[in-house]
Design a protein around this ligand. Sequence first.
Ligand code: C2E
Ligand code: MG
Ligand code: MG
Length: 692
Amino acid sequence: MGNVKKKKINRFKMSFVAGSFISAVMFGILVIAAFGLTIGIFGIYITDSKLRDENEKAKKLAQMYELTGGAAGSDTDGLPDGLADDYIITDDAGAILAVHGTDTCDLENGGPIDILSIAEHAEQEIHEELNIGYDTEEVITVYPDKQFRVIVPGNNGKVTIDDRALGAYLPGGKNAGMSNGLLGSGFLKLPFWIDAPLSDGRHMVCRSYFSFHVRELKILGILAALIVVLTIVMLICLIVYICKTIRNKKRIEHLLMMDEVTGKHNWMWFVREAGREVRKGNAHYAVLDVVFVNYRNFCVCHSVSEGDKMLRRVNDVIEGRLGKKELVAHHSAAHFCVLLTYTDKESLENRIRSMIADLENISSEHKFSFWVGVDMVGSTSESGSERSACRNADIEKEYNNAGAARATITGDDSAIAFFDDAMVEEQKWIDMINENQDRALLNEEFLVFYQPKYDPRTNELKGAEALIRWKSPAYGMISPGRFIPIFEKNGFITKIDHYMLKHVARDQKAWLDSGLSCVPVSVNVSRAHFIESDLAEQIRDIVDEAGTPHELIEIELTESAFFDDKNALISTIRKLKEYGFAVSMDDFGSGYSSLNSLKEMPLDVLKLDAEFFRNDAGDDRGRIVVSEAIRLARNLNMRTVAEGIEKGEQVDFLADQGCDMIQGYVFAKPMSKDDYVEKMKSGRGTREDADA
Ligand code: C2E
Ligand code: MG
Ligand code: MG
């Protein structure tokens, strides 16, 4: 699993937790806000409207009191019975002038009563009957902006309604359901006092009520119930949402971790599970890259769905052989990743062999082969101790190591390869090259070496091949075999080919100008370069810039180049020939030989690969192949160069067969520019067996 995918899953988990948390918090805030808002609005509405009504009523009573004879100074006149319950008439200073009703002070105690005693009395009365608390220190006017005030008597004669006490009378309050007529017919009544000023400076303090109609209470109840229901519904929605999200998360995780082909686990799952297991460090672990070698061919011969059926069997066979703490998953195409535990390398290898034996027989009609790359976690010196390697296990890296080991396997048969220190070194080397290539090119650390080619009959110098060397300040002289394949992979080879061509063209021009008898020098051009459609023009321009005659430059195409875009290749060769460059096919006879390519490509030179002349190539069959190849080239109007010739007798044989040139240690190894100048000056070569 890529780190990117792992991060995606973690991000998904985080967002899920954060999402749920935020939803819960939002929901809580919403409910509290809704509840508070409703209660607040209704509270304000009720107190506001009720107080306003009662105040109006008190004012009207005061007017009527005055109209019906409550003249200034009178302490006996009052409103007609039934118009008002209880009220007190006070002077401006608060001294009681008249009392009416039963819930006020007792006149028989003598009057006028000072404000304090009334207050105490009233306090008692009120307290007993209404249990209204009050502020003993100061008057608090409720809704001063509404231009009326609500008072009850206190120590200083003016006591505010205490809304806490009022609350006690609301349903559920501590005095709810109290008798004493609080609940009238269809009403809940909460008494209090209102001061209505009279025109002559006196005050009429009326006993009033907050009266709530049962209907209003019902509405309030329904509202509360609605809020409760809404809260429950929202809670259910939230729970359903969370459950759904959890289920979706599980489903997505399942999809992410499942392999479409085998229906079992995939690479992403393997990385997670194997990582967890290895990090526990409870055993010795090995990560395997198992490749079903014949998969592609099998799909071509049968069908992809048949191939997939085989992949399922492979997965099942491996799974059947796993113990506790061991895992298998399908990685991609023909690859499987496996985690095994082991006690020692030998028993691990035996186990893998017997697993391969089972896998080879998954079909009764076919015999398949499997390559297995093995990385024993913590086995290389690179990874430090095994324990720390387990603790810091990076399954992707371990699998990559197993893959690197597997990539060293050649041939068609089943095989096992273990990742080791040499492979670590190889990887380090590749990294070093990647990091240093640009700097080396800038510093001209790449040198051109020349290897002469001689006529086998006359020993005359006929040509040379330019071969690159890297003179590294850190590693000394490095041969091309150690860096050219890396450049071919990372694309740097195109820059190298240009570099070599430029230097060879300049050298040739300089030698020509100095009067040396120059011979054509061939320059290797990598197949990666042939993607560029204007390659022939590029080559021509580089050579022209140096002012070198085209016939002194030959272009060598590596044979595998012929497997790229054939049409583009033919057109490039034609153009090169048109511009006057000779074109040769390098390494003919190695790896990807194709006689067909000889038929189609208008080439000038055929370079017979050194493989023709190695070891037992001197036997009769080898000789026949070589002489026929030379004959074939001659019939196609091509000259031949035999590469890697190390012995004099080989030169004689090739001379007899009509080979045109010999390039080999028997005459000369690749050499520096200065040494090659000497060879040019002499013009003739001398033979010496390479191992002599
Ligand atoms: P190549 O183009 O086939 O070059 C011939 C190789 O055979 C050279 O190896 C040369 O030193 C070696 N050789 C020649 N005669 C003998 C012999 O008698 N015995 C033995 N054992 N070897 C002999 P070298 O220089 O190591 O180059 C290896 C390969 O690297 C070249 O094979 C070529 O494919 C590549 N290469 C070298 N220089 C360049 C370059 O400038 N550009 C590109 N694209 N590839 C290059
Ligand atoms: Mg070559
Ligand atoms: Mg060659």
